[in-house]
Write a new protein. Structure first.
Length: 145
């Protein structure tokens, strides 16, 4: 199962701008303020307790390592290898995904022959926390098939 993820995250102008701006923000803002920005921009619908937990995880990371990890993630491109995946694959995305827009799920679905794409209505990148029942349902349906 692939949920709220991508094969290549530098395909659009917006993604390239964000991909290059985030390391600068990490260096200028520091980890705690950057974590607050992530929560404010991408996790508005997550319960406050969960958002605080995520913010703490981000804020406690080593800034230099986070910058390097970010750069590596932005360089990642699995598109040429998607067709090699032969396992039954469920791709799950939120219909309101902004952090990981829908075109990423569609790219994965087109690249992985025989995959199943399921959209969870009203969900976004945080669907594992905001829509756990729907995620469980589509996962169980997929495993039963």
């Amino acid at each position: 199962m692939l949920a709220s993820t991508y094969a290549f995250n530098m395909g659009t102008l917006r993604e390239r701008v964000e991909g290059n701006v985030v390391p600068l923000l990490l260096n200028v803002m520091g980890m705690r303020r950057f974590a607050k920005l992530v929560i404010a921009r991408g996790l508005q619908r997550v319960a406050e307790e969960r958002a605080e937990w995520i913010m703490g995880l981000i804020a406690e990371q080593d800034r230099a390592l986070m910058v390097e990890a970010w750069k590596q993630a932005m360089a990642f491109d699995s598109r040429p290898r998607l067709a090699e995946i032969k396992s039954p694959t469920l791709i799950v995305a939120g219909s309101k995904g902004d952090a990981v827009p829908l075109h990423h799920a569609e790219m994965l679905h087109q690249g992985i022959i025989g995959s199943r794409l399921v959209l969870i209505d009203g969900a976004d990148h945080a669907l594992i926390w905001t829509h756990p029942d729907a995620l469980l349902r589509v996962t169980e349906d997929f495993l039963r098939a």
